[in-house]
Design a protein around this ligand. Structure first.
Ligand code: ADP
Ligand code: TRP
Length: 358
């Protein structure tokens, strides 16, 4: 019993500390859009090793969304490889398992049960408006119930850890709104069970362009992958589409996708110098492409070295994911327990998973 309670005084209200959570689907190897648009932000939000820092979360949960990926990756061996590669990539890029909880979505089965509880308060109309399903239907493609209920599983992912802040790209904001709606509906029926999260968009929110100038995306086959073989990446860079204006013509760096890619990986000083060169004119796109090859190699050199070390130590990544799953399950169990009791699904003993300490 605390001193406050012993003296009969009301306990001081706890200051809400941001708890960050995000998931990323292992549907392919990570490209620059994934890194600069999502992963880099996860890393920035990790609680610092040496105490508080403004902007960082108090706790951070990041997971590899393999259950979501099942709606697109139908080859089990490939899915296993992609999950493992995603874990190695994230750690190599700076996600620190000492500071953030890194785990695989399917290692926390509590999330699936929570999905069902949320499904019972999810209006059909709300899910019909969600873009992943709507777009597929509009294109006349067959959609399965997994795709239709995808935002409910995503809501369970978020609510299971009492997340308050969800770093995502703009395309996911609609799903966070769904999550808030479902949590609100459940709380309205059964009392305050779930914490309502807010999205946190990448600063600037700029879309990373692909090698053809459209948004970089696996679906457009226009990606530069973070850990791509350097020779293959060089070929892709040398083939980046450019316009046919004469070399002498001054150009606006702000509207050029080759420059936008260079700006992501080049040090500040080089970026400013390149912008100046664009404005002056009298340069060839070939030179910019060569500079991009070099800048990209340097930008990811350390991460590449860390990746090679992790790849060579096969037990390390498994140990990281196992420890992450234990920590994630401990919290998800508490939240699920709360939700079960609130709605009257608490007849059978609901046993905590191994490793639950609290
Ligand atoms: P893809 O379009 O290649 O299938 P995903 O949809 O799996 O990529 O992307 C996962 C996350 O990565 C998205 O939620 C978004 O935050 C980020 N992302 C993907 N592509 C880009 C991009 N071109 N620019 C900025 N962010 C992106
Ligand atoms: N749907 C997200 C994407 O495609 C991945 C995801 C699954 C996620 N569950 C989540 C993101 C929970 C944030 C929070 O990018």
């Amino acid at each position: 019993m605390t001193a406050d309670r012993a003296s009969g005084a009301a306990p001081a209200p706890a200051t809400p500390k941001p708890r960050a959570l995000s998931g990323i689907q292992p549907t392919g190897r990570f490209h620059w859009g994934n890194y600069f648009g999502a992963i880099r932000q996860y890393i920035e939000l990790q609680p610092p090793a040496d105490g508080a820092s403004p902007g960082a979360a108090a706790e951070a949960y990041y997971f590899i969304a393999d259950l979501h990926a099942l709606t697109t990756v139908r080859d089990p061996a490939r899915l296993r490889d992609l999950v493992r590669a995603a874990a190695i990539d994230l750690v190599a890029l700076g996600l620190d398992p000492e500071r953030a909880v890194l785990f695989v979505q399917s290692d926390v089965p509590e999330v699936c049960e929570l999905t069902w509880l949320l499904m019972t308060v999810a209006p059909m109309g709300l899910l019909e408006r969600c873009h992943a399903f709507k777009d597929k239907k509009a294109r006349g493609l067959p959609a399965d119930a997994g795709l239709f209920t995808y935002p409910v599983l995503m809501s369970a992912d978020i609510l299971a850890y009492d997340a308050t802040v969800v770093p995502v790209g703009e395309d996911q904001v609609q799903h966070i709104e769904v999550c808030r709606d479902l949590a609100g509906a459940f709380n309205h029926l059964y009392g305050p069970v779930f914490t309502l999260p807010v999205p946190r968009l990448v600063e600037g929110g700029a879309k990373v362009p692909g090698t053809d100038g459209l948004k970089m995306s696996k679906s457009y086959d226009n990606t530069l992958d973070v850990f791509e073989d350097p020779a293959a990446q060089k070929k892709k860079i040398m083939r980046i589409t450019t316009d046919s204006r004469p070399m002498e013509a001054p150009k606006d760096p702000e509207t050029d996708h080759l420059f936008a890619l260079y700006a992501l990986v080049a040090p500040e000083e080089d970026r400013l110098r390149m912008a100046e060169t664009y404005r002056r004119g009298g340069f060839g796109y070939g030179e910019v492409k060569k500079a991009l090859v070099t800048a990209a190699a340097e930008h990811f050199a350390e991460a590449r070295a860390r990746r090679a070390a992790l790849e060579a130590d096969s037990e390390r990544i498994e140990a990281i994911l196992a420890a992450g799953a234990t920590r994630a399950r401990a919290r998800a169990w508490d939240v699920l327990d709360r939700a079960r009791r609130a709605c009257g699904i608490d007849r059978s003993p609901h046993r905590p998973p191994p490793g639950r300490t609290s």
